[in-house]
Design a protein around this ligand. Structure first.
Ligand SMILES: Cc1ncc(C[n+]2csc(CCOP(=O)(O)OP(=O)(O)O)c2C)c(N)n1
Length: 703
């Protein structure tokens, strides 16, 4: 029987490829040097280098396909980006923060890569967020391969595409790394992890950082994960490793992780001096492993290049960098008036008339849960890109058991029946990890899907905060509209449950309305929930969709089904009650309580006007102003804590812009500045009650 001997891949590399690889490595290093020089001349504002990481970078890029595969590179990946097709001029335009900077138009620090045409997704500074998004991008790949109608609408999808993500040894300590490995290994996501281990995270040595000092040892037992440890400063070794890992991912066998040992000769960044924490011996030993010097020596030793040819390559690169630097220094800076551009979609405006669609009612009145569920079903039927996942949202985690069980569909049953109707590819349980839910959703949305994810309780949204604050809300703005991630996050919120206590009754909407780039809505009725959810899903911005869970199954806020096209624009409040004597501005669970208080106020001859904001960011200033101009008195009311709360913003703006119309100070009534306790008597003492509203309104009316 014949035996096939697999030649090492590197043995098949031509002289041209080797010389070209060296050229990219040298280009990357000299670009770092140029940026350092420019920074020292105060012509740029920040520098962080890829020095020492060039060999593994170029080796990996040679096995990957720009504009075909997807990339989530770490800030040291200059050589990878160059090898994929980014140009020295593009990089130097980032360094000077030029208007024409392709990555961010002067908004991000340099080395925060992002080149749409190459599928290099805009990167941020948090050291672990990119990893979960990469799993999301790979999950999108899985989705497209199963839901063919969605694939037809995708801007780019290839059945054997790979998602590259890199990180440092320090970043492997982030929870998001471990969360991502669990997720990727579980679904066999085609993610190529490259851990570029230069032995330090700023000043922290890897043996202080990582148990046992070696990340490969820790990750080896993940099922479906291929791990390869290599010397990432040795180009040929790195090339072999990357080849095997990429093949593994392309063949859909699972994720692969390359643990590449590299060096970091230029300190952490230009703000760091490694001599403060590295001994001279360590520095000298690292210098012997410099990939650039090793690469040049190999080419000469093997006779692949002569000294002269090497010098010619280097001289060509030096010239190219000089020319690029001259051009970058001439480039126009961004204009100050551009600074607010692209926080939101420039083409889809969810506050516009387009999102104002009338209801066509049918059937009996339904609860808020029913009409959110109906809205999800409508949207999933309308658009194959709508995908629902989160903790417990599926009917049954074991699909084969579906015929024999009734189905769960979320702890509040809001997603009940979605898996059964649309299949397990379109509605599924995620692992219990909120950063993972949002991070993966961001990766999927970047690729054109419309994830509508659930965070089980608002109280548990915090692990996802980094993804929401630093990624979800920011991606479009930081990439100057090159990338977007219009995810909808549904979140049951709030108290008045009696027994919900500290960790099932929290509010905190103002923390999110404070984030530019994020839309925040909170309906109080079944009809509004249905109309606003459709708007959220069809808009092109990320939306935090807050569902007051106390209102889920009430009878007072029910409505017949309004039809599959019913929509309410964002930023439009509802006049919940007309009045002439004072304005109550509120939302969520306090709308019904205000209405009850208003009825009682009638007995005093006071007619309260009640505005249900519904949409918290943007909010309906026009209606607030019109109402306060009419009543001359304003009470702002919410369930969340009083201090630094949502009402402070509204009250301040009324005081500021409507001062001449006021006959009394602007009043606020809100939850006490404490946590919601378990016993219903204690809960009632913390959250505003009808009696409290009545008292506050009477006081204000008689001021
Ligand atoms: C979440 C987060 N925490 C802290 C920082 C500050 N910081 C920037 S780089 C860095 C060290 C990263 O080390 P490593 O992952 O090993 O990458 P290296 O810089 O060594 O290539 C730290 C702590 C950050 N950017 N993000």
């Amino acid at each position: 029987m014949a035996t096939t001997i697999e030649l090492p891949r590197s043995a098949r590399l031509s002289k041209e490829v080797m010389a070209n690889a060296y050229r990219t490595m040298y280009l990357s290093r000299r670009l770092d040097d140029k940026e350092i020089q420019l920074k020292r001349q105060n012509k740029t504002y920040f520098q962080i280098s890829g020095a020492g990481h060039e060999a593994i970078n170029v080796a990996a890029a040679l096995h990957l396909r720009p504009g075909y595969d997807w990339f989530y590179p770490y800030y040291r990946d200059r050589a990878l980006c160059l090898q994929l097709g980014a140009t020295p001029l593009e990089m130097l335009l980032s360094a000077v923060g030029a208007k024409e900077d392709a990555t961010s138009a002067g908004r991000q620090m340099p080395s925060h890569w992002g080149y749409k045409k190459l599928h290099i997704v805009s990167q941020s500074s948090p050291t672990g967020t990119q990893i979960l998004q990469a799993v999301g991008a790979a999950d999108a790949s899985r989705y497209f391969s199963v839901v063919k109608e969605a694939a037809e609408l995708a801007s780019s999808f290839h059945a054997d595409e790979v998602v590259y993500v890199s990180l440092g040894d320090g970043a492997t300590s982030e929870g998001e790394f471990w969360e991502s490995l669990n997720g990727a290994a579980n679904i066999k996501a085609p993610v190529l992890y490259v851990v570029e281990d230069n032995g330090y995270a700023i000043s922290v040595p890897v043996d202080v950082q990582t148990a046992g000092g070696n990340i490969s040892r820790l990750v080896r037992s993940f099922p479906n994960l291929l791990t390869i440890e290599c010397d990432g400063t040795d180009f040929l070794q790195a090339y072999e490793a990357a080849g095997s890992a990429v093949d593994y991912c392309r063949n859909r066998r699972g994720p692969a992780l390359i643990h590449a040992h590299v060096v970091r000769p230029y300190s952490h960044s230009l703000s760091d001096d490694e001599r403060l924490y590295k001994t001279e011996e360590v520095r000298q030993e690292e210098a012997t492993r410099d990939p650039l010097a090793r690469g040049a020596k190999y080419l000469l030793d093997q006779g692949l290049l002569t000294e002269k040819e090497l010098k010619e390559i280097e001289a060509g690169v030096d010239r190219e960098i000089r020319e690029a630097a001259d051009m970058a220094l001439e480039a126009e800076p961004p204009t100050p008036d551009s600074v607010l551009r692209y926080l939101y979609s420039p083409t889809v405006d969810p506050t516009s008339e387009h999102f104002d669609r009338p209801a066509k009612f049918t059937g009996e009145p339904k609860t808020m849960v029913d009409l959110i569920n109906a809205g999800l079903k409508d949207e999933m039927a309308r658009d194959p890109r709508v995908v629902v996942f989160g903790e417990d949202v599926a009917d049954c985690g074991h699909e084969q058991d579906l015929p024999r069980v009734k189905g769960k569909g979320g702890v509040f049953k809001v997603t009940h029946g979605l898996q059964r109707r649309f299949g397990s590819a379109r509605c599924y349980d995620s692992p219990l990890g909120e950063a993972g839910i949002v991070g993966r959703a961001i990766g999927m949305a970047t690729r054109g899907l419309k994830p509508v994810v659930e965070i089980q309780f608002f109280d548990y949204i915090w692990p996802a905060m980094m993804q929401i604050r630093d990624e979800l809300a920011v991606l479009r703005w930081r990439s100057h509209n090159e990338f977007a991630c219009p995810v909808v996050i549904r979140v049951p919120i709030g108290g008045y449950l009696g027994g919900g206590a500290i960790y099932h009754s929290q509010s905190g909407e103002s923390i999110f309305t404070h984030l530019p780039g994020l839309r925040v809505v909170m309906p109080a009725t079944a009809l509004d929930a249905n109309g606003l959810l459709r708007t959220a899903i069809r808009s092109d911005d990320p939306v935090l969709f807050l569902e007051p869970k106390h209102l889920y199954r009430q009878t007072h806020n029910r409505s017949p089904y309004p039809g599959p096209d019913y929509m309410i624009p964002f930023g439009k409040a509802k006049l919940a009650r007309e009045g002439a004597d004072l304005t109550i501005v509120t939302y969520g669970a306090l709308v019904i309580r205000s209405l009850e208080a208003a009825k009682k106020l009638e007995a005093d001859g006071v007619r309260a006007e009640i505005l249900d904001l519904r949409s918290l960011q943007p909010y309906d200033w026009e209606l607030i102003a019109a109402s306060v101009k009419k009543t001359n008195r304003a009470l702002v009311l919410h369930e969340d804590n009083l201090s630094f709360g949502y009402g402070a913003e509204i009250a301040a703006r009324i005081a500021d812009e409507l001062f001449e119309h006021l006959d009394a100070p602007v009043r606020r009534l809100a939850g006490k500045d404490v946590y919601v306790p378990y016993h219903p008597r204690l809960e009632s003492a913390v959250l505003p009650q009808v009696g409290d509203i009545l008292r506050a309104a009477r006081e204000l009316a008689s001021y």
